[in-house]
Design a protein around this ligand. Structure first.
Ligand code: XMP
Length: 515
């Protein structure tokens, strides 16, 4: 269900040509309260017009405009009469489309000095020069008629161009990344001054219009609660609209963090007054995982079992018409430009695969929001900070943090050791500075000395990472005293652990979870 009434708001449509920064353009624009959506670059003219945009941005992308299969926007896009801003590849597309020349040039990666030749209009308020982030191998060689250079760098004579009359602009640099000084000013100049967009995107408005839309649906809604931010905020929003016609289920699969099941149940029972059922399915999951060592098979089993438990609940408590889900915006978009094999490295599990006879329509109230916006919505709706700011946790839970077979012994080690990692980060003020932090465990054993005896115990892997969006991650340079305390506590307090190891692989080539 498309819930957001974006047709009544001013909006900037970003055409995604495959840049890693495409989403960032939308996020930056939303930060100054103008709604922005990312769409595939090949959206048809008809669909685009239906969205009723206030302005259009072409994102960057990895292609070269002179290659014969290079992604192109729909014909007629410049004839709609809307302002267009091309960024990097988008800039080159504009040069090419209007009859200029683009060629392979000096590669320019990283920060360059952008000299401003005309600081009115798109580059207003940018002074004489500024640092701008470049990431390109092609550049404009000659400009089309009607375009003027408004900024240049040492290697790009036309790093910023404008055709004021047609309201078409191109910039070789990336204003959306933090490395471009004042990049947001360029986006503001385009969106607010050139497109004249109204700043009417607020999360209070979002809540009001979403609740009003959901309140019009008929039938009951079934919602799976994981204890994480997304499903919780989605459920609270739906409940605000339809009250007890929403039924929430929380499945305790025995693979959760220490005490998490109790915390989630308490929170739902004490806070939101929801129709909430917790199902203890520990035995079922752990029995099915017995003897299974293959990571993908473990993920599959957890997914399948979840669907079974969920379906049984739906059969007994239905009929339901809707399935509520906490899907976020970055998961919704398919750019149409191949993103390579990254998406299939691991099968992520959510509530897909429900039997079709349940006949549920999907209700995804957060499908137009980014994670930081979801947190803000949660805050406005009174979701406790502890839940809003807790680190992400994978759907298959500890099954992916336990290497080899999931056994009660290894589960206990992973839970206790992770709790120590979390509590040490909390007490030293590091918990909210890092993206994720946990301890994993496998079958490997190392030698330790207990009293005067040599004893073999498990090796625990502590993983703490910094990340913006989990697409890439780096290991956290934690002060060694904190690491030392974590290690001492784990070997002293957790039964049967001899060694603690700190994982210093970044993503890529590693991933955040071990399996
Ligand atoms: P990786 O390990 O792929 O993880 O670098 C990236 C982010 O995704 C989380 N993750 C999952 N989340 N279901 C989820 O809901 C899953 O199957 C799953 N696997 C990984 C992981 O915790 C990290 O934040």
């Amino acid at each position: 269900m498309r819930i957001l009434k974006s047709d009544i708001m001013d909006k900037i449509i970003v055409l995604d040509f495959g840049s890693q920064y495409s989403h960032l353009i939308c996020r930056r624009i939303r930060e100054f309260s103008v709604y922005s959506e990312l769409v595939p670059y090949n959206i048809s003219l008809e669909e685009l017009k239906k969205m009723n945009p206030t302005g259009i941005v072409f994102s960057g992308g990895p292609a070269s405009v002179y290659n014969k299969d290079s992604p192109q926007p729909t014909n007629g896009i410049f004839e709609i009469g809307l302002p267009v801003l091309g960024i990097c590849y988008g800039h080159q597309l504009i040069v090419n489309k209007f009859g200029g020349k683009v060629r392979r040039s000096h590669k320019e990666y990283g920060s360059s000095l952008l000299s401003i030749d005309n600081n009115s209009d798109l580059l207003a308020g940018m002074g004489q020069s500024t640092r701008a982030w470049m990431s390109h191998g092609d550049a404009a060689e000659s400009l089309p008629e009607g375009f003027k250079v408004i900024g240049h760098t040492e290697n790009s004579f036309a790093a910023a161009i404008a055709n004021k009359q047609k309201m078409v602009y191109g910039i070789q640099f990336h204003p959306e990344v933090v490395h471009t000084e004042n990049g947001v000013q360029v986006l503001k100049n385009f969106v607010l001054d050139i497109c004249k967009a109204k700043q009417d995107w607020t999360l209070e408005n979002f809540i009001e219009s979403t609740v009003s839309d959901i309140s019009k649906i008929d039938g009951d809604v079934l919602c799976g609660i994981s204890g994480g931010v997304d499903s919780t905020v989605a459920a609270v929003l739906i409940q605000k609209a339809i009250g007890n016609r929403l039924k929430c289920v929380f499945v305790d699969n025995g693979l959760l963090r220490m005490n998490e099941e109790v915390e989630v149940e308490n929170m739902f029972e004490n806070n939101f007054g929801m129709n909430f059922t917790a199902i203890n399915a520990k035995e079922r999951f752990l029995t099915r995982l017995k003897g299974i060592t293959d990571p993908e098979q473990k993920r599959m089993i957890v997914g399948e079992e979840f669907v079974k438990v969920f379906t049984e609940f739906a059969e007994k408590n239905g009929p339901f018409k809707w399935l509520g889900q906490g899907t976020l915006y970055p998961d919704v978009i398919e750019s149409g430009v191949s993103k390579g094999p990254a998406a299939v490295i691991k099968t992520h599990h959510n509530v897909g695969g429900l039997p079709s006879w349940l006949n549920l329509q999907v209700l995804e109230p957060l499908r137009f929001l980014y994670k930081d916006e979801v947190r803000k919505v949660g805050k406005i709706l009174g979701v406790p900070d502890k839940l809003l700011n807790r680190h992400p946790f994978p759907g298959p839970g500890l099954a992916v943090r336990i290497m080899g077979e999931v056994t009660p012994e290894k589960l206990q080690i992973a839970k206790q050791a992770s709790k120590i990692v979390e509590s040490e980060l909390e007490s030293s003020g590091w918990y909210h500075k890092v993206w994720q932090a946990y301890a994993a465990v496998g079958d490997d054993r190392a030698v330790g000395v207990v009293g005067d005896e040599r004893k073999y115990g498990h090796v625990v892997l502590v993983r703490i990472v910094d990340s913006i969006d989990a697409m890439t991650a780096d290991w956290t340079r934690l002060p060694s005293e904190i690491l030392e305390r974590i290690s001492n506590r784990i070997t002293n307090e957790v039964e049967d652990v001899a060694w603690v190891s700190y994982v210093i692989s970044s993503k890529p080539p590693a991933t955040i979870e071990p399996q």
